[in-house]
Design a protein around this ligand. Structure first.
Ligand code: BDR
Ligand code: CA
Length: 307
């Protein structure tokens, strides 16, 4: 069994990634820590609690950062819906979380099981940066850190020409995490739009499963699907789920090891990944970046989780 700790700004694609982990037979999810991002913190907590309940899981949900480290929160409700879950009429209120502070839960979980925890980061990296600043020794103690963030070696951005939302939303946190020495594996938005697009054919295949979870996955994606079709994709893409697929089964990935920085300026450079493909910076590589993930493998894992 693998032990996952998941940090998430729970909205539509995060929720699908949670289903994949919570329902995988080889994965134990130790806890969910929540960060503001796609939606405000309280909404993200409720969205996570709803998803956990739907999966019949009793994993604990812990609220974390309400704001990015140094910036005002700018959500992605235009992409995921006002409630982050496609505005499809789900009852997303009134459930109780387990308390605690997200960053403390990250520190305690990792230090409580040195070498055993895979941390999966599906939102802005605020909670992870705070956890690292509080206890830098987590960088040595964590087994793997799989991050959905940045735009990989191919670009492009989804919130500005070159920046991806999770890095853009809290670039200072992302800059701290990429330089932390943690064993990072990065799955960027480029991988999502190349290998995880829900085309009409795949949409129909998911619908044909005809289960509560397949209906859930499609309903919560209805706003993001309109957005994605509007920008010219062949369907909505699933960035957090393909990052989760990599966390579950890294054998289907091609990766390269190099140095990446995160730009912390404003305007078009905010949150842009500085990818040193040819070693010009002279800096040691700091992460493994996924350059391709098998679509078949991804959709196989997805279908298994929704069935
Ligand atoms: C990332 O940003 C969010 O909108 C998604 O949940 C995903 O984590 C993609 O850029
Ligand atoms: Ca997310």
């Amino acid at each position: 069994m693998r032990r996952f700790l998941i940090d998430t700004d729970t909205a539509s694609d995060d929720a699908v990634a949670l289903v994949m982990a919570l329902r995988h037979p080889d994965v134990i999810v130790e806890a969910l820590t929540i960060v503001c991002g796609n939606v405000g913190l309280d909404q993200a907590v409720q969205n996570a609690l709803y998803t956990v309940e739907l999966c019949g899981s009793d994993v604990t949900v812990h609220p974390g950062a309400r704001q990015p480290l140094m910036r005002t929160l700018e959500t992605a409700q235009n992409v995921h819906g006002e409630d982050g879950m496609g505005d499809c009429g789900l009852e997303l209120s009134g459930r109780s979380h387990a308390g605690g502070r997200g960053a403390d839960v990250i520190v305690d979980t990792i230090l409580g099981a040195p070498g055993e925890i895979t941390l999966v980061a599906l939102g802005p990296l605020t909670n992870i940066a705070v956890a690292y600043l509080r206890a830098p020794e987590i960088a040595e103690a964590v087994e793997r850190v799989v991050v959905m963030g940045g735009t990989g070696v191919h670009g492009p951005g989804n919130v500005s020409p070159m920046a991806e939302f999770n890095f853009w939303a809290d670039p200072e946190a992302a800059a701290i995490v990429v330089e932390s020495g943690m064993p990072l594996e990065l799955v960027g938005w480029d991988i999502s739009i190349e290998n995880a697009v829900v085309t009409q054919e795949r949409h129909d295949t998911i619908r044909a499963l005809d289960t509560p979870l397949s209906a859930f996955a499609l309903s919560i994606a209805q706003v993001v699907r309109r957005f994605a079709l509007g920008i010219g994709l062949a369907g909505d893409d699933l960035p957090d789920p393909i990052a989760m697929a990599h966390a579950i089964d890294p054998s289907a990935a091609e990766t390269t090891r190099l140095h990446v920085g995160v730009m912390v300026g404003d305007g078009p450079q905010r949150g842009v990944m500085e990818v040193d493909r040819f070693g010009f910076s002279g800096k040691e590589p700091n992460l493994d970046i996924v350059t391709r993930y098998s679509s078949d493998n991804f959709f196989g894992l997805l279908m298994d989780s929704l069935g």
